[in-house]
Design a binder for this molecule. Structure first.
Ligand SMILES: [Zn+2]
Length: 509
């Protein structure tokens, strides 16, 4: 009787797994761009032919209607033959019980049989392989979009996607150069089913770094956060720009020393350049002269986030992407045609290795002023494509960030950048209302601020008025100065998930 040897595979040890994934990324992120693009072409082919077309009800319909043969998509350049996916498409699918899961990849035995090549089907003969496929594609985690203008849209992750979220977390810490394995990190993002919180938490789980998640201001108040940071004395702080700045200022007023902080990582919102400098100044006063403040870019639909590498505050490296996990196209927002390398355009996103909720050619609505660069990063030398850090909302009247004040179209995020950048301003809020609350009356535009101790209120008001007028061609009707405590109340810093920077109090006509 023949003896069948039984081989029990030894599971990879955690430390070895971390080291292997870090080494993979180190190699990938320094591979010449041409090679990376060839790899992306192969990944696009498999993505469309083997996963999205067979298993996504939405894209099967879209490709049928557009008469695109999935096998004709042979690389990144062919993606443009597919229609864009918009926020509207996602909302529409989510609004109906029958289409709610149309963006989720759902392989069934029939679909596999119909769409997969025979050799791939043969791989599924064993019970274990079938179970593996089921696990790979069955959602077990969800985050939601946070737009206030529309219903939240759910984005499902499967164990495969959760693994990618871990992997990306590790890569982010690497790009931010948080190299010390003993480094302690405090995650101040609000505890919520939102990408930012989980991306930061998983970064620690992936790398074995210590990450304490406080849940932000709403969970334990500013003072609770200050006390914890004081106790932990972390090397890195991660959170939203507004809450992090507020926390550091208050801690500094209380005489705390956060001298070990080397990195401040801002996320979930646009990072005004003036704010990076202000945060670094406060930290310098608290004993940390070397702190580098960096931004990240991420959005729910991407199910991952991208980091800037450390530079001085006057510079930005751009956001480093992961060429094996996603591809960004840059298109003219009007015509939808691709722009030249490094030119301004709207970012269009396609994940290359996703399961769960999967989009193809998703229009982010984010305009990258310097486009996407495929030149090696001048600061860290990585060769991965980098998204220019100056991001605006596409000039779309429907976009939440643009509003008309007294007939002038105003970019609210630009207004936020200006107010954050004024040295005397500590906190700010913008309120737009109507005279006498009458929908037919003129808009009344009020800026509310708290000021640095010792700042001259009259001069600061004049400066705010002038800077807004010079940049945006609209000046506030009033600038109100409030004390710090009142401003925090107005902003909902400790009561809201996200502080209220812009209030549109205009009654709907
Ligand atoms: Zn870099």
């Amino acid at each position: 009787m023949a003896v069948i040897p039984i081989i029990i595979p030894t599971p990879e040890r955690p430390a070895a797994a971390i080291a292997r994934r870090a080494a993979e990324w180190a190699k990938l992120s320094r591979t010449p761009w041409r090679e990376l693009r060839r790899m992306q072409d192969a990944l696009v082919r498999r993505l469309v032919a083997e996963r999205v077309h067979p298993f996504s009800a939405h894209y099967q319909r879209v490709m049928r209607e557009a008469r695109v043969d999935p096998r004709s998509i042979k690389g990144v350049d062919d993606l443009r033959r597919l229609p864009f996916t918009t926020k509207h498409d996602l909302l529409q699918a989510a609004s109906d019980e029958r289409t709610r899961r149309d963006f989720v990849l759902q392989p069934t035995p029939e679909l596999v049989k119909r769409h997969w090549p025979l050799h791939k089907q043969l791989g599924l003969l064993s019970k274990a392989a079938k179970e593996e496929l089921r696990r790979e594609y069955t959602p077990n985690f969800v985050t939601f979009t946070t737009g206030r203008s529309s219903e939240p849209v759910a984005f499902a992750y499967t164990p495969h996607d959760i693994d990618a979220l871990h992997k990306v977390g590790g890569r982010m810490l690497d790009v931010h150069a948080i190299d010390d394995p003993q480094a302690r990190i405090v995650n101040l993002f609000p505890f919520a089913p939102h990408l930012a919180f989980w991306q930061a938490s998983f970064a620690g789980l992936e790398t074995g770094r210590f990450v304490l998640s406080t849940g932000g201001g709403k969970v334990m108040g500013t003072s609770g956060n200050i006390r914890l940071v004081d106790r932990i004395q972390p090397q890195a702080l991660i959170g939203t720009p507004g809450f992090l700045y507020h926390l550091l200022r208050q801690a500094q007023e209380e005489g705390k020393r956060y001298s070990k902080v080397e990195r401040v990582i801002l996320g979930a919102e646009k990072v005004p350049p003036g704010l990076k400098r202000k945060i670094a100044e406060v930290l310098a006063e608290m004993g940390s002269e070397r702190a580098v403040v960096s931004g990240t870019y991420g959005f729910t639909e991407a199910r991952m986030a991208f980091s800037e590498c450390p530079t001085g505050h006057e510079h930005s490296s751009g956001y480093h992407t992961y060429p094996d996990l996603c591809v960004f196209e840059v298109v003219d927002p009007e015509s939808g045609e691709p722009v030249k390398d490094g030119e301004k355009g709207e970012l269009v996103y396609t994940p290359l290795d996703g399961r769960g909720t999967t989009v193809l050619r998703y229009r982010t609505g984010d305009l990258a002023i310097g486009g996407v660069s495929t030149e090696p990063c001048p600061w860290c030398g990585r060769t991965v494509p980098r998204i220019h850090s100056d991001l605006r909302r596409v000039s779309d009247q429907r976009a939440l960030n643009l509003t008309k004040i007294r007939g002038t179209l105003v970019d609210l995020s630009a207004m936020g950048s200006i107010l954050s950048g004024i040295a005397e301003v500590v906190e700010w809020q913008v309120a737009i209302g109507k005279l006498h609350d009458d929908p037919m009356e003129l808009d009344v535009f009020t800026v509310r601020v708290s000021l640095k101790p010792g700042a001259d209120a009259t001069q600061a008001k004049e400066k705010i008025r002038r800077e807004l007028h010079d940049s945006l061609e609209v000046a506030p009707n009033a600038v109100e100065v409030h004390d710090g405590a009142r401003m925090l109340e107005l902003l909902g810093m400790e009561t809201e998930l996200k502080e209220k920077r812009f209030l549109d109090l205009r009654p709907k006509a």
